[in-house]
Design a protein around this ligand. Sequence first.
Ligand SMILES: [Zn+2]
Length: 405
Amino acid sequence: MIIYEMKLKGTKDQYRRLDEAIRTGRFVRNSIIKAWMDGEVKTRNDAYKYCKILSDNPEFPWANKLNSQARQAHAERAWVAIERFYLNCKLKRPGKKGYPRFKKHQVRASVEYKTSGWKLSEDRHYLTFSDKFKAGSFRLWGSRDLHYYQLKDIKRIRVVRRYDWYYAQFVINYTREEAKEPCNRQIGLDMGLSHFYTDSNGDKVENPRFLRKGEERIKKLQRRLSRTRKGSKNRLKAKNRLGRAHLKVSRRRNDWVCKLAQRVIQSNDLVAIENLKVRNMVKNHNLAKSINDAAWYRFREWLEYFGSIYRVEVIAVDPKYTSQNCSSCSQKVLKSLSTRTHVCPHCGYIADRDENAAINILSKALEKSKTTLGHRESHASGENPLCSVVETLQSKGTRRKRKPS
Ligand SMILES: [Zn+2]
């Protein structure tokens, strides 16, 4: 599954109609969550059936305007949230279980169509929506060529509203594969705050400057937002600016980690990383750390994505003790966070703290690889829209800046 994203160019009135469709998708999702709370919906099938009840109800004329398969897609979104809650309860996960909640209005939102309710023009430059919102035809802007793919392979289309524009995401059933010669190199990566990562060869990759700068800008805009009055026009403007700044950072970050991940995969036969707990990462009030974590999370997604394309094993291991144990004699050498050098009193091995950790991560992964040989996990994105990897178009800004060498 790959996802291509393109800009939708239309008129103000057309965007307003897309807003209506997005709002209706959210309405369907929230209604089903409500029906589940009331005990009316108990299974996925009930959720599908409930779509019909909604669209037949004259009290909600808008529900009938949304394409029927799109209604189902939003029933699925509701059901994903319910199922996740059930699963967390069943596995007795510590902390909050993620009881499904109603989605409120947000600028960043989307509506999802399956295989009907839209049409691509013959030349594939226009996308037309044919449900009762009558949003009409939009010109597609982007660097991707949709000609390469069969129409039947386009499984879903999402209209995504962001702070700066409306986009169409094409979810295409296609598996990319690239040839790669084995190079007899394996690598372990230790993630850090001072460096983006340190590998098991002792090489360090610095955090890019633009993340630091983006962080400063976001901080400034956040302060500005907090100084505005609630409900005022200035607040709305400040919010918009902050949203755009976040968007800009996340795009550049994604661009950067994507290229980095591809390079790492292309020059190794096995890549070992830490299994970072996303649940702990997401809620974080330290901006620098949350930006770093988001970069990390993205980087891992890209590693796994390119790993499946180039057939390179990407193994995530439990980070426990990787910084404490000696990578040479495996004795435990306790050290505080400020100790930057690993000095082993047992075997005399001396190394950079992070390099030692990276070597431990690699050997843990090799151990794991031996026992799971032949049972490679698949990284298919499946139905869940959250875990799919987006192959975004490169931002125009970076392309323009590149000078011919
Ligand atoms: Zn040692």
